[in-house]
Write a protein that binds this ligand. Structure first.
Ligand SMILES: C[S@@+](CC[C@H](N)C(=O)[O-])C[C@H]1O[C@@H](n2cnc3c(N)ncnc32)[C@H](O)[C@@H]1O
Length: 195
């Protein structure tokens, strides 16, 4: 799925928002498609973590020697990094699938390792738009997996949007929260930062 053309469109606004050359941690990196792009196109210092060794194996194959650090972590453990180790943290397609306690843990850990002037980006499907809009915008044999992604994520994605979890979290921590729809309304990009 991550190799298909539509997945690049899903990531595009996030890629554009990230400055060149800075230190990035991608939490729940999976096959590390985002890191592969950011390493090649923006020369970022990339680190990815995931709880699945199988996913990280896949990532190593995809990265094919590209300079990206990958770590396998346990679900409830602290991230293996010092305070202020990263300028940005990304969570793509991750939080909306998890229980609130796990989301909370990942957010706390992300803020712990993030530079206080840095930003935390969360990219999530919206579950909105419908099959008709999807077909109008993206119909092509190469994009068939987008239909599967849309159908598989729709109900959890809508539940995530309705909970306003990140907005409440940012408020509780006294942090700034912004949100905008991206990917023709099929995804939402939420940002938390200190200023
Ligand atoms: C749907 S995949 C998304 C992968 C990638 N971010 C992307 O957008 O293509 C979710 C990933 O999050 C990982 N994951 C789930 N729970 C996690 C946790 N508590 N800590 C780190 N990674 C986790 C899964 O193993 C999986 O690789």
């Amino acid at each position: 799925m991550q190799k298909k053309p539509w997945y690049r469109n899903f990531l595009n606004d996030l890629i554009e928002a990230l400055p060149r050359g800075e230190r990035l941690l991608d939490v729940g990196t999976g096959p590390a498609k985002l890191l592969q792009i950011l390493r090649r196109e923006k020369s970022m210092e990339c680190t990815g973590i995931d709880t699945s060794e199988l996913m990280l194996e896949e990532a190593r194959k995809e990265l094919d020697g590209e300079e990206v650090a990958l770590f396998c972590v346990k679900k409830d453990e602290s991230f293996p990094f010092e305070r202020n180790s990263f300028d940005h943290v990304t969570l793509c397609n991750v939080l909306f699938n998890l229980e609130p306690e796990t989301c909370y843990h990942l957010l706390e850990e992300s803020l712990h390792v993030l530079n206080p002037a840095g930003k935390l980006f969360v990219l999530t499907p919206t579950g909105r738009g419908g099959f008709w809009k999807l077909s109008r915008k993206y119909f092509s044999w190469q994009n068939l997996s987008m239909y599967i992604w849309y159908a598989a994520t729709r109900s959890r994605a809508r539940a995530w949007a309705e909970k306003h979890y990140l907005e409440s979290y940012a408020k509780e921590k006294g942090l700034r929260y912004t949100t905008r729809e991206v990917f023709d309304g099929f995804a939402i990009l939420e940002v938390i930062c200190g200023d």
